[in-house]
Structure formats: structure tokens, C-alpha cells
Ligand binder design. Structure first.
Ligand code: PLP
Length: 355
């Protein structure tokens, strides 16, 4: 599939787009076009870029009932010379293939995923904002598209990619946040869907998020469902800590933790900042003790949307455990942002130019 760019494409006026891009927020506005493709018994076909709009759906569509759905998230960045670049899109393509396998959805070949995101970003390049920390967020997703209430994998499936201009995640500078450590509510189980990026994992995390809000925290940290002993991740971000020995430690990919592209990138950048990357099981008790004793200096969360978000403290019913500093956290954030926005060289070849 090639997702050819239509010659008769129309766009909102540049003045309207510029007005939206002053303060686009996150996922509130969408560009002029979307990419679509259909899967049936004969494979993927009917790839198209068309005007953004509602998708008619039968109420019996299995996705409404059984949540057979996966998604991705990646960004296009405008560099100072006006060019537009994607960050590691092949990593998202591969993860999308892995998620599809886990959710019994058809695999979208890497090159098809790539042409859809590249051509949508090219076509709607005028929507990529150029302000500080601004970008165009691309949201590829795939879902059952069959009117049938029997429980089995759908035979017809829809792939779609939409795009949304997004502003700085932290509107008033990068602010450390308090995180609620969830007890009694799990988002994924051992041998469950934790390694797949599926909507169902997010639905399962929302009730815990409410508990977090009630305790004054905007995000929650989940421990392993089997024993509630090990730290896993936040609802949609990976967890990291910086030790006094200058190790950058994150939970290993044990099947419950999502393989974040930001996570992988920070592990790769660690040595250049004097940090030793370590992936291993992390006990919650170790994190609490380490923060209290100073053996752990910093904790943070990371993901495409916020890049890196420093954590001020971890809280639960029994108390608060605060980080003493955020120095390395902010250095890591800066190093990654500099590559993404083209302010530094790209030693790993992570950026792909699209316009
Ligand atoms: C998407 C996601 C992340 C972050 O992945 P990135 O590729 O860095 O954006 C982390 N955890 C979960 C559960 C996610 O869905």
C-alpha cells in the first residue's frame, strides 16, 4: 500500500491553522486529512488519504463490544530550517505489529505503516507547529470492523491514522509531579496484554487514575498484579530512577511493561550523560527506601507525549517518598529534545525527514 497523496486535497486557511497552533493543547484539534485502509479475507487494500471526518459504524461492530483495538503514538517535529521530521517511526511500526499479534488483529506490514504516517505528515505538513516544544502528534490505530456479536477475532478490520497539533506538555515549564502508587487495582496481568499498546489497558487503568486524582496526584504508578511487590509503569508512561551510583534504572520488559520508544532512547543516551543503563526488576520497597536514604536521587516517567516528566514524590496511604533532585532527569530530557527538534546531531540516526 502506498497511501498516495491526493492531488485535489484541500486545507483550512493558513491563518486558521496558525490561530489553532498558538495553543493547540493535546489531541483537541485534528488536521485536514486521515489515512485509512481495510483488511478483509484477501489482505490489506483500499489504502487512502482522505478528508478528516467521522467513520460510519454499525452498532454491532465487534470493536464496541469486545475492544479488539490497538494504537500507536509518534510525533513529527519542525526544525529551525522549516523541515519536518519523524522520530524513530520504524520502532512504532514494529511495536504495532507486535500489538496486532497479541490482540489477534492482522499484522500491518512495516512499510505500509510507514507510508501511511510519512504521507499523512507530508500532506498535512502545514499543520506541524514550529513553536517551542510543539509538534504534530500522529495516532495510528487498528480495530475490528465487523458487525458480529460472536466472540472471535474479527475477519474485517480497519486501519486509520489521524494527526493532531500539540503544544508543550508542561505549559508553565517542566514541573515535577506527585504520583500515587496504586494498591488493589491492576491494569495488566502476568501473561496478559501489558506488552501490547491496546485501548483496553487504558480503560483498565482509569479507575486507579480516579483514586490518584482523589489523592491529589495527576498520575498513578502500577505494581505487578501477581504480588504488588515490583514497580511496573504508569498508566501510559515508563518508569525510571537515577541512583547515587549514577545508574539509570528501569523495569525490564517482563511482558507486563510496554516497550516505550522514549524508554529505549533514554537507555541509549544514558552513557553520554555519565549514566549506566540498567534494566531489571525493581521492588517498590527498594524505591521507597532509596528515596528516603538518598541512594535513589531522581525518579521520572517518560513517553512520547510528555517526553520526560520528573516525579516530585511517590505517595500511598502510608506516606510520601520524595526525590531530592531532578538534575539528570532534565539533562536526559534536554538531550532527547535536542535530537528531536534538530538542535543537536543525531548519532543514532533516529530522525526521518518527511518534508
Ligand atoms: C505508549 C506507552 C508508553 C510510552 O511509549 P513511547 O513509545 O515512549 O511513547 C508507556 N507505557 C504505556 C502503557 C504506553 O501505552
Amino acid at each position: 500500500m502506498t497511501f498516495d497523496i491526493p492531488e485535489d486535497a484541500t486545507f483550512l486557511g493558513d491563518d486558521v491553522i496558525a490561530q489553532i497552533n498558538i495553543a493547540p493543547g493535546f489531541g483537541e484539534y485534528f488536521t485536514d486529512h486521515m489515512a485509512l485502509a481495510d483488511f478483509d479475507g484477501n489482505g490489506w487494500h483500499n489504502d487512502r488519504l482522505m478528508p478528516y471526518g467521522a467513520i460510519p459504524m454499525d452498532p454491532a461492530n465487534a470493536v464496541f463490544h469486545y475492544a479488539q483495538e490497538i494504537f500507536e503514538g509518534l510525533k513529527a517535529y519542525r526544525h529551525a530550517d522549516g523541515s519536518v521530521w519523524l522520530f524513530r517511526p520504524r520502532s512504532n511500526a514494529v511495536r504495532f505489529m507486535n500489538s496486532a499479534r497479541r490482540m489477534a488483529l492482522p499484522v500491518l506490514p512495516e512499510e505500509d505503516f510507514l507510508s501511511s504516517v510519512v504521507n499523512l505528515a507530508k500532506l498535512d505538513a502545514r499543520w506541524v507547529p514550529g513553536g517551542d516544544e510543539q509538534s504534530l502528534y500522529l495516532r495510528p490505530f487498528m480495530m475490528a470492523n465487523e458487525s458480529f456479536l460472536g466472540v472471535r477475532a474479527a475477519k474485517t478490520v480497519l486501519y486509520c491514522c489521524i494527526a493532531s497539533p500539540v503544544g508543550a506538555y508542561f505549559s508553565s515549564g517542566v514541573q515535577p509531579v506527585d504520583i500515587w502508587v496504586v494498591q488493589g487495582l491492576s491494569r495488566v496481568a502476568q501473561d496478559g496484554t501489558g506488552a501490547a499498546k491496546c485501548g483496553g489497558n487504558y480503560a483498565a487503568s482509569l479507575a486507579a487514575g480516579e483514586v490518584g486524582y482523589q489523592n491529589g496526584c495527576s498520575q498513578v504508578l502500577f505494581t505487578d498484579a501477581a504480588s504488588h511487590t515490583y514497580v511496573e509503569e504508569l498508566g501510559g508512561m515508563n518508569f525510571f530512577m537515577v541512583t547515587a551510583k549514577n545508574e539509570l534504572v528501569t523495569p525490564d520488559l517482563n511482558g507486563n511493561v510496554l516497550a516505550g520508544v522514549t524508554r529505549d532512547s533514554l537507555l541509549a543516551l544514558a552513557p553520554s550523560l555519565g549514566l549506566t543503563p540498567v534494566e531489571r526488576p525493581i521492588k517498590l520497597a527498594e524505591v521507597y527506601d532509596g528515596l528516603d536514604s538518598g541512594d535513589i536521587k531522581e525518579v521520572f516517567a517518560c513517553g512520547t507525549a510528555a517526553v520526560v516528566g520528573p516525579i516530585a514524590s511517590l505517595k500511598d496511604e502510608n506516606g510520601t517518598h520524595s526525590a531530592s533532585q531532578h538534575t539528570k532527569t532534565l539533562e536526559l530530557r534536554q538531550a532527547l529534545c535536542d535530537i528531536q527538534w534538530g538542535r543537536s546531531s543525531d548519532p543514532f540516526g533516529w530522525m526521518m525527514q518527511v518534508a
